[in-house]
Each structure stands twice: as structure tokens, then as C-alpha cells.
Design a protein around this ligand. Structure first.
Ligand code: PSU
Ligand code: MN
Length: 310
């Protein structure tokens, strides 16, 4: 496996890896572009704490001054949350950020790519990117799906994909790419801020140990693709159908204002926040913390963290 030049792990992450202790990768785009200040910093800190309480070491990933960083200090996490000038870097944007010495937050595709090269086998996020509803004409399909297809044996916790995406089409692409999708205590693919999409899943797990057993089998068979572990947003904070309507109104706004490409996800999240009077923010925060905790529990249940050895 190729190593990353221009990259460094924090002391905490290096020690955990050297000692064979479980590490969980956390993405940073949701901090820099998915949530507003100061809730983003509070959520990012809370996610790291949730991983620690579950018995694993958090490694938030970002590019700082052109250096790929795996594990951030408290001040660095604050810089990601506060700055407002971080780029949104998918996998293909990493080289430009490194070459130019820039600050960039990493999406799921970039975070997964980096985590895998550090042999970190578990990652947490809020919602995956997916197939956009107009993809048949715009070709807007998130690179997250491609990278999930390559991140062999990595467990990725999430709460599904936003309902403004084409969720059935996203599940089809995940199947084509060889990505296993496991419902955590659910028979349906969750719908991000709402609990259910109505789309059934074939595999369900009830405990971190059960997920660890699935991941071990996936790895020992040498199967390609990640294992997406999808859990619904916690019940008390879940939104209902009116959230869906807000999301669709946001989509109309995006069309009207001709927002496209990678700007569309941050735009939509911002619109939905306004349209749901902040309830989407509480739901978003709750699901991120729950997914971080679950990732920590799964990492702890895998006896050895290193990919392929678990
Ligand atoms: N979904 C959210 N919030 C987010 C994202 C997705 O609810 O912040 C971010 C994730 O980092 C994801 C990225 O990897 O958006 C996908 O962007 P795109 O659709 O441009 O690939
Ligand atoms: Mn896109």
C-alpha cells in the first residue's frame, strides 16, 4: 500500500496504532461545511469524546497548510470549525490542497482514502454522499460511492443519505460497487434526519460484536468494498415528514439559484436548517454523536484494529 508523503498522525493516534489499540477516523467536511459555528465545534468535540468513551481513539482527518493530518489537537479542531475558509476536499482535491499548502476539510471519499492508507478500519460520518435526483442528466454522483467501493473491509457508520438524494438509486450503486449495507437495529435504510426511508435492507445487526463478526468475515474473505453500517437518527431528535418537505423546498431553491456541484450539499443543509427552525440541526448533531459512539464500539469489538487482521 502506498504511503502518504506530506502526512502525519498525531501522537495520540500514533501511540494507539503502535499499541494495536482501536482507532476511529472522523471526517471534517461536516464540521467545516455541514454545521454552523459554534455547534460544529461542539459536535466535533462531542464525536471525539463519544469515540473515547466507547474505548477507541478518535482520528479526525483534515488537511492543514497542505499537510494531511490524522488526528487533530483541540486548537486544530477549532481552526477547522471556526475558519470559514477551508476548502471542501473530496479524494480528487487532495493533491491540489497539498501542492498549494492549503487548509481543507475532507469528505467521506477523501477521509476513507486517507484512513485506509493508515490501516484504520472504522470510520464515522453523518450522512454519505449519493446519487443526486437529477443524476441522469447532470451525472452528479458523489465520489463517496466510488471510494466506498474501494475501501475494502472498512466499517463506515452513518445514518444513510439525505432524502433529497435519489435514495433507491444510491442503494443500487452501493450494490454494484460491492458495498455491504447493514442496518443497525433496523430493517430499513435510514433516511438521515428521519428514521426510515421505506427501503428494506437484507442484513441487520443488533450489537457491535455482531458487526465485528460481519467485518471479520468480509475481511477474511478478501471481499472488496466497505461495510456501511447504517443506524437511524435517535428517536427523540428525529424529524418527521415535514422535514422531507423542507428538504424538497430547499432543492427547489438550489435550482432557482443555480447552485450545483460540490456547493450543493452545504447549500441544502443550510436551507433545511432555516426551514425546520433549527430542528434539523439538533437531529444532525444527535446522529453524528450516535454514529461516532457506534464506530467506537465496533472498533473496540474488533480485537485488532489493523485492517485485515481483525
Ligand atoms: N451529508 C450531510 N452533511 C455533510 C455531507 C454529507 O448531511 O456534511 C458531506 C460529507 O462529507 C460527504 C460530502 O462526504 O458531503 C458529499 O459531498 P458531495 O455530494 O459533493 O460528494
Ligand atoms: Mn456531487
Amino acid at each position: 500500500m502506498t504511503s502518504i508523503d506530506h502526512g502525519s498522525c498525531s501522537a495520540e493516534v500514533s501511540e494507539a496504532r503502535a499499541g494495536g489499540r482501536p482507532v476511529v477516523a472522523l471526517e471534517s467536511t461536516l464540521i467545516a461545511h455541514g454545521l454552523p459555528w459554534p455547534d460544529n465545534l461542539e459536535t466535533a468535540r462531542g464525536a471525539e469524546e463519544a469515540v473515547r468513551r466507547a474505548g477507541a481513539t478518535p482520528a479526525t482527518i483534515a488537511v492543514l497548510g497542505g499537510v494531511i493530518r490524522v488526528g487533530l489537537s483541540g486548537e486544530e479542531l477549532e481552526r477547522v470549525a471556526r475558519s470559514g475558509t477551508f476548502l471542501k476536499a473530496g479524494r480528487r482535491d487532495l493533491a491540489a490542497a497539498v501542492a498549494r499548502g492549503l487548509d481543507a476539510a475532507t469528505t467521506v471519499s477523501a477521509t476513507l482514502w486517507i484512513a485506509r492508507r493508515r490501516r484504520i478500519g472504522v470510520m464515522a460520518t453523518g450522512g454519505l454522499g449519493g446519487v443526486h435526483r437529477d443524476a441522469a442528466t447532470t451525472f452528479d454522483v458523489s465520489a463517496d460511492l466510488d471510494e466506498l467501493g474501494r475501501a475494502d473491509g472498512v466499517v463506515v457508520t452513518c445514518s444513510g443519505v439525505k432524502s433529497i438524494l435519489d435514495v433507491p438509486a444510491t442503494l443500487e450503486v452501493l450494490e454494484t460497487r460491492g458495498v455491504a449495507v447493514v442496518g443497525y437495529r433496523t430493517d430499513e435504510f435510514p433516511a438521515f434526519l428521519t428514521r426510515s426511508s421505506g427501503l428494506p435492507l437484507d442484513v441487520r445487526a443488533e450489537s457491535p460484536e455482531e458487526v465485528a463478526a460481519l467485518a471479520r468475515a468480509h475481511r477474511s474473505l478478501g471481499l472488496p468494498g466497505a461495510i456501511v453500517l447504517a443506524q437511524p437518527v435517535p428517536e427523540p431528535e428525529a424529524l418527521d415528514r415535514d422535514a422531507l418537505e423542507a428538504a424538497l423546498a430547499a432543492l427547489d431553491q438550489a435550482h432557482a439559484q443555480q447552485v450545483t456541484g460540490k456547493a450543493i450539499t452545504p447549500f441544502l443543509l443550510d436551507q433545511i436548517r432555516g426551514l425546520t427552525a433549527g430542528r434539523s440541526l439538533r437531529a444532525n448533531r444527535a446522529l453524528i454523536l450516535a454514529n461516532a459512539r457506534l464506530a467506537g464500539e465496533v472498533a473496540a469489538a474488533l480485537s485488532v484494529n489493523e485492517l485485515g487482521d481483525g
